[in-house]
Design a protein around this ligand. Structure first.
Ligand code: NAI
Length: 274
């Protein structure tokens, strides 16, 4: 097809390419005060979703929600430590009070650990990674299910999106605890996808490679030039991903256009795992 005939063909349908529709959806996102979570919260609120951002970092989270409100977007902040079951349950109680239900929960809060070979990794590093990156996701999945099951059984769909990592599909050296936790997130995602499909609740994962966020900038600052280059060139596109390249996919997942996707790992890695 020549360029002009493709333009003609498109014009028969109108030149309208609407963004994935999330208008009115009630969405809770953890780790929404920074990086991928903040970018996703902003895209969702911009497209008309009602958003709760939850994070340990109160000041940053409150500032993002305040700025959104000043632009007439529907976003509130609530403090949470996802590693703490009671804190997570309090967050979901707040969400129910705020919205009366939840359409989408995005489990994005996460931490890394100092790159180290396994035999040098401390108990503290290992335990904290599992507590936040795996058990934190589990706390939120369980609390999300308690909220969504009532509506799901009544026919209203629910969707839980876990932000895992390419390290949850294949590991790299020096990140064993992180990788173990993210593989665990994939296991939880797939198990729940099968268990709760009959209740109309879907579970999917997003698996980014290195994305330019404060987490990755912190990692880069601990490496020499060779290590930094290795990270930047880990993707065949030979660059870090941008947060907008993840948040756009997250927004699509939150829309009804993803309705037949369940138990899937959406890899966003510039071809790293190809
Ligand atoms: P980030 O460090 O910019 O943001 C993470 C957010 O999680 C921060 O606001 C932090 O305060 C919050 N957080 C940390 N521990 C928490 C806790 N216990 N309770 C509540 N909130 C907590 O990191 P980034 O890069 O945006 O990461 C977001 C998610 O994406 C993480 O799960 C990370 O593992 C994952 N990911 C990131 C990649 C990257 O290259 N940036 C690649 C693959 C996955």
């Amino acid at each position: 097809m020549t360029e002009s005939s493709s333009i003609t063909a498109l014009s028969q349908y109108g030149n309208d390419f609407p963004a994935a529709n999330v208008s009115g959806k009630r969405i809770l996102i953890t780790g929404g005060a920074s990086g991928i979570g903040a970018a996703s919260a902003k895209v969702l609120a911009n497209r008309g979703a009602r958003v709760i951002i939850a994070d340990l970092a109160s000041e940053a989270g409150q500032a993002i929600a305040k700025e959104a409100s000043e632009h007439q977007k529907d976003m509130v902040f609530h403090k949470v430590d996802v590693a703490d079951k009671d804190s997570v349950n309090a967050l979901f109680a707040f969400a129910m009070q705020q919205f009366g239900g939840l359409d989408v929960v995005i489990n994005n809060a996460g931490i890394d650990h100092k790159p180290k070979p396994m035999h040098e990794l401390s108990d503290d590093d290992f335990d904290r990674n599992i507590a936040v990156n795996l058990k934190g996701v589990w706390h939120c999945m369980r609390a999300a299910l308690a909220c969504m099951l009532k509506e799901g059984v009544a026919g209203k769909p629910g969707h839980v999106i876990n932000v895992a990592s390419v390290a949850g599909l294949r590991s790299s050296p020096m990140i064993s605890a992180y990788s173990a936790a993210k593989h665990g997130v994939m296991g939880l995602t797939k198990s729940a996808a099968i268990e709760y499909a009959k209740a109309n609740i879907r579970f999917n994962a997003v698996c980014p490679s290195f994305i330019d966020t404060p987490m990755v900038q912190n990692t880069l600052s601990q490496l020499d030039e060779r290590g930094q280059k290795a990270i930047v060139k880990a993707s065949p596109l030979r660059r870090l991903g941008k947060v907008e390249e993840i948040s756009g996919a997250v927004a699509w997942l939150c829309s009804d256009e993803s309705s037949f996707m369940n138990g899937h790992a959406l890899t966003l890695d510039g071809g790293m795992l190809a």
